[in-house]
Design a binder for this molecule. Structure first.
Ligand code: ADP
Ligand code: MG
Length: 696
């Protein structure tokens, strides 16, 4: 082949053609290059396919034999059907079973030779019978290319209807034979040597068709040298893009604020507490950025309750003092409202104007944002939508970053002439990860909780022990404390049997006739909610029944107990956020998790973690582990390209190296002009996400 594989249509690879090209398109394979980077998701060791008589129970095994019988078996008194087939290799027989897939039968025929692999089990009704449930299967007599499919470590690819794994494997073999020779390696020469990484061509070949000495275990873990080489490349391309964007931003002109600190000083005089060391340090870092003549892009990470809001407010006041407006933007209306409620008194006491602007309240303050009387604007995404204009926006604070992406921030920057941007998140993740996921941001961490907080004691109860919970609530209220009771839904609904806030309130009222019980939820009007919150703050309500609206921002130090009903239904991050509502005073606080069976394995793990630790960092790591990075970070929304080979968790160390090298390279050559091939690769990698070189 004499063309660059990145442009060579897959259709023209031997054995493909238009129809199969369409099927491959469903796997996002359109060019030969796409195919080269479409990696196996696991490997099977067929270097020694065992005789059936040598198979062992309980482990992954592969055997081959002729089909000697097959049948669809109906279970008595049920609609359940099992398709079973039996193969023999002369030394024994092995059964394959597929549940509720009677249509499987048409894929097989008697006498045909097939490979079955999977975990071997003992059939309880069938003597010493060996069987595999839902085995992977392949025919050995399809074609003459058995060297690709047997007697070696074979790659197993995810495929699509109409294309067998075996066919896809043959196509891959053809792509690799035809294209790797022409594959150019854009990586700077010195890097593979420096990090002991094998050459690109070897890596591509071995990742698809491992050599005979390959270590199957490291392959299946994704950490063989060849896989590490490809992961490094991918992470390097990712970080180069980030480095280029970041460089572009610092070259852009922004506002150089020159606050004297008068407003901040007056604010601090009004506060009933003193700033923590971390708050002072981080505010210092922010001020430093604000004074520079290019736009600030800083991420503040701090666990629930560490006092991010006040730091943001100080930054906003610094901008206001210099004659600019400042906005704070939250991902939901409720969150925006909470911010408004938390800070509007402080702001107004300083003689400044503040308004709330959310989707449902657009009409009223739309004009106000343009007028000079509004210094601080609190809102949701509505702030960056068309039609909202600011008079002189200088600083934007974005709360809860993980729902805001690179794109949205870019949009925001257009609302004003390169305002400073401060992003706040409660998701505690390791620094390198943060740097990558949040891309182009600088990073500060609030790593100190305000004093006199004692860790919340957390206990898990199953429904059968509800009485203990009621007693605990009663004794807490008798001591003059207040209690939150959080429910997953507001009302009962026909298609779920979850306990609801409405029902919970009635039950608690019956249980505790002497107590005042309030209710707050997302469907109430803002003013109503405000009234309820105010009476809870004033201790007029003993038990506040709520939905997750109190997840964020609410602050009542006298509330020392939180009951979370159906705790098994909540995610870890959410449970941690909720629990952050108590433990805000100097007294011991409690979090009672009430779980209703059945509680699945994952849910059980989440609940155990909550009982075990209050440390946001540990919780985030466990959460990352349970949910996987994609879901955890919501990378799809964040404007980051998808990683096909690397894993930012598994390859954290490689990521660090790649980042270091990428930033050094961009420092020397901001637009990668001296490495045109690399530049093209990076552009391709970021395609459709951000046009990273456009700024230049
Ligand atoms: P988060 O970081 O979760 O957004 P908040 O900003 O809501 O936390 O702050 C949590 C609570 O701690 C608020 O009531 C706030 O007034 C209080 N707080 C913030 N800083 C301090 C401090 N240095 N000392 C005591 N309390 C503080
Ligand atoms: Mg907050």
């Amino acid at each position: 082949m004499d063309r660059d594989p990145s442009e060579f249509p897959i259709q023209y690879i031997k054995g493909v053609g238009p129809q199969r090209a369409r099927l491959l398109g469903r796997l996002d394979i359109r060019t030969a290059r796409d195919a080269l980077y479409y990696l196996p998701y696991r490997y099977e060791d067929r270097r020694n396919i065992k005789k059936i008589c040598h198979l062992s129970y309980g482990i992954m095994e592969t055997a081959t034999g002729k089909i000697v019988s097959m049948d669809v078996v109906k279970l008595p008194r049920s609609h359940f059907k099992i398709f079973e087939l039996v193969i023999s290799d002369g030394t024994g027989v092995l059964k394959g079973k597929w549940f509720n897939q009677p249509f499987m039968k048409k894929n097989f025929s008697l006498g045909r030779e097939v490979i079955l692999s999977g975990v071997v089990k003992r059939n309880p009704y069938w003597g010493i019978g060996l069987e595999i449930e839902n085995p992977e299967y392949e025919f050995t007599d399809d074609d003459a290319e058995n060297l690709i499919h047997t007697s070696r470590v074979v790659p197993v690819y995810r495929t699509t209807a109409g294309m067998s794994v075996r066919l896809l494997r043959s196509i891959m073999f053809n792509v690799i034979s035809a294209c790797t020779e022409r594959l150019e390696d854009p990586l700077p020469e010195e890097l593979p040597a420096k990090y002991h990484l094998p050459p690109l061509k070897d890596s591509i070949c071995n990742v698809h068709f491992p050599n005979q000495e390959a270590d199957i275990e490291s392959l299946n873990k994704g950490v063989s040298d060849y896989q590490r080489r490809l992961s490094f490349d991918e992470l390097f391309h990712l970080e180069l893009g980030i480095a280029v964007m970041k460089k572009g931003e610092t070259r852009e002109k922004g506002i150089a604020f020159t606050p004297e600190g008068i407003l901040v000083k007056r604010l601090l005089e009004k506060l009933t507490f003193r700033l923590t060391g971390a708050q002072k340090r981080v505010f210092g870092e922010i001020l430093n950025d604000m004074k520079k003549p290019y736009p600030m892009n800083r991420l503040i990470q701090g666990d629930v309750g560490c006092g991010k809001t006040i730091v943001a407010l100080m930054a906003m006041l610094s901008a206001v003092e210099c004659g600019y407006q400042a906005a704070i933007m939250a991902p939901t209306e409720i969150l925006a409202e909470q911010h408004y409620l938390n800070i509007h008194r402080l702001v107004e006491d300083l003689g400044l104007g503040i308004c709330l602007l959310t989707g449902s309240k657009k009409e009223r303050p739309a004009g106000e944002t343009t007028s000079g009387s509004m210094h601080i604007i609190v809102g949701t995404h509505a702030l960056i939508q068309a039609g909202v204009k600011f008079r002189k926006l200088g600083l934007v604070v974005i709360d809860e970053q993980h729902r805001f992406g690179v794109m949205q921030r870019a949009l925001l920057r257009k609302k004003a002439r390169n305002p400073d941007v401060l992003v706040m998140t409660a998701t505690p993740i390791p620094r390198t990860l943060a740097m990558t996921v949040y891309g182009d941001l600088d990073y500060s961490v609030l790593d100190e909780l305000p004093p006199r907080r004692s860790p919340v004691l957390t206990r898990l109860f199953y429904e059968s022990r509800k009485q203990v919970i009621y007693q605990a609530i009663a004794s807490e209220v008798k001591r003059g404390r207040q209690v939150y009771a959080v429910y997953p839904v507001i009302e009962e609904s026909e298609n779920s049997d979850l306990k609801s806030a409405m029902l919970g309130k009635t039950a608690l009222e019956r249980m505790f006739p002497g107590y005042r019980i309030g209710l707050i939820h997302g469907k109430m009007k803002t003013a109503e909610r405000e009234t309820v919150m105010a009476s809870f703050k004033n201790r007029e309500i003993h038990i506040l029944v709520s939905t997750t609206v109190i997840e964020v921002g609410v602050d009542v130090p006298n509330a020392t107990m939180m009951l979370i009903v159906h705790a098994e239904r909540f995610g870890l991050a959410q449970l941690h956020q909720l629990r952050g509502r108590v433990g805000r005073g100097s007294d011991q606080s409690y979090c009672l998790l009430l779980a209703y069976p059945p509680v699945g394995e994952e849910a059980k793990r989440r609940l155990e973690i909550m009982v075990k630790t209050t440390d946001g960092f540990t919780i985030a790591e466990e959460d990352l582990d349970i949910r996987g990075p994609g879901e955890f970070f919501g990378t799809r929304q964040s404007g980051m390209p998808d990683l096909k080979v690397a894993s930012i968790v598994r390859d954290a160390r490689l990521l660090e190296l790649a980042r270091k090298e990428a930033f050094a390279m961009v420092d020397r050559d901001p637009y990668l002009e001296k490495s045109p091939r690399l530049k093209k690769t990076v552009e391709m990698f970021w395609q459709g996400k951000t046009d990273i070189f456009k700024i230049g």
